[in-house]
Design a protein around this ligand. Structure first.
Ligand code: AMP
Length: 374
């Protein structure tokens, strides 16, 4: 890769959802051309990109065409076929490489990588048969959680075991392939942190976000997380270690558990900008998308500063209609609409970011809207 991929060059994005769209906004702001590969017509990214190749992600010819027309390739989700990317690496810069994809596509590899990097993770074991499950349950104990090593997201492909009698039902997950059994962490808080790194090895870490999930889908992020400063720094240090050990180029999201005793366990990695980092668009000196674009284009990374504490709330399909009224009702709230056509239940349609100096009253104000109440 030459030193810089300069503005007016073309960034090709694999995947046309909201993450690609917000990446495209950052890229366009800096004067880049943007192309996207996605099968859906008028997908969120295509609405803001310069051009759109409408084809499946695993369509090798389409990927070659994207590579041909781009100066640098990136992706907005982890389930991109690494082998296809390897095929186009001679034609176009892929600064993120494929190692990161291969690790994050596979929960077992991800856990092994974290453990070997000295990052604390919940005790886990590889499970291929019901006999493995019986045996490992004895060591790991209950509660525990069985997870498929491939393809799971937002709590899909998971089974929580409370007692030995749950083993038979949990074992049905094994039909989907190899799994891991993890000890249940009695966490006090779930947090995440975004880290950016460029090819020269410079890193920049974002503030720690406190995440509240509902039905395993992220509902709300509070930044900075309500944990002591020392713990925040430890979380940020973990992020830097992971970024270096991975030779990360671009932005990576790390989800972690914090226990009441102040222990930290890394849970999951996302090799791209992450939903819990959206607050950075308004609340930080540079957003996670700005940093991703800078990093993959070879530029230096400024230190990120939090301008104001923030709360981000996701707008799912069932919230959309009323959440869009916030544009009239709450002029200071930043309402984002991803431009998706069908507002299905549980589907991420947009988000709202609220900058605040009084977290408690902001949380109360969010509740008063009743949009996110049951
Ligand atoms: P994941 O797909 O690994 O992010 O898991 C989805 C959600 O399940 C997490 O956000 C946690 O709320 C919960 N979870 C997953 N693994 C564990 C664990 N080992 N201990 C406690 N909660 C967990």
């Amino acid at each position: 890769m030459s030193k810089w991929i300069k503005p007016k060059s073309t960034i090709g994005i694999i995947g046309g959802g909201q993450l690609g769209r917000m990446m495209a906004f950052s890229a366009k702001e800096r004067g880049y051309q943007v192309g996207v590969l996605d099968p859906t017509p008028n997908c969120p990214t295509a609405q803001v990109a310069d051009w759109h190749i409408q084809a499946a992600y695993d369509d090798t010819e389409a990927l070659l065409a994207l590579a041909e027309k781009s100066d640098v390739l990136t992706y907005e989700f982890e389930n991109v076929d690494a082998a296809s990317i390897q095929q186009v690496q001679d034609n176009v810069a892929v600064p993120q490489g494929t190692d990161l994809l291969l690790i994050t596509q596979n929960r077992l590899k991800e856990k092994e990588f974290l453990k070997n990097s000295g990052i604390p993770v919940a005790t886990y074991a590889k499970i291929e048969t019901i006999e493995d499950l019986v045996l490992q349950s004895k060591t790991i104990g209950f509660p525990s959680v069985l997870k498929t090593i491939r393809g799971g997201y937002d709590g899909k492909g998971q089974f929580v075991l409370q007692q030995a009698s749950d083993i038979a039902s949990a074992a049905t997950l094994l039909e989907q392939g190899t799994c891991i059994l993890e000890k249940w962490v009695a966490f006090q808080l779930e947090v995440s942190v975004m880290v950016a790194r460029n090819e020269s090895g410079a890193t920049s870490v974002f503030p720690v976000s406190e995440n509240i999930h509902e039905n395993n889908i992220l509902l709300q992020s509070i930044v900075p997380a309500r944990i002591p400063e020392g713990l925040q720094r430890n979380v940020q240090q973990i992020a830097e270690t992971i970024a270096h050990k991975m030779n990360l180029v671009g932005v990576l999201g790390i989800e972690l558990f914090i226990t009441e005793q102040g222990e930290i366990f890394a849970n999951e990695l996302a090799p791209r900008p992450h939903n819990s980092g959206h607050y950075s668009i308004e609340a930080c000196t540079d957003s996670q998308f700005d940093m991703h674009v800078r990093a993959i284009c070879g530029y230096d990374l400024p230190a990120v500063e939090l301008l104001r504490p923030a709360v981000m709330v996701n707008i799912l399909g069932e919230h959309l209609e009323r959440a869009l009224e916030l544009n009239e009702q709450k002029p200071a709230w930043h309402v984002h609409d991803y431009g998706k056509v069908a507002a299905k239940r549980g589907r991420k349609m947009g988000h709202v970011t609220i900058l605040t100096t009084d977290l408690e009253s902001t949380l109360a104000e969010i509740e008063e809207t009743t949009i996110w109440n049951h």
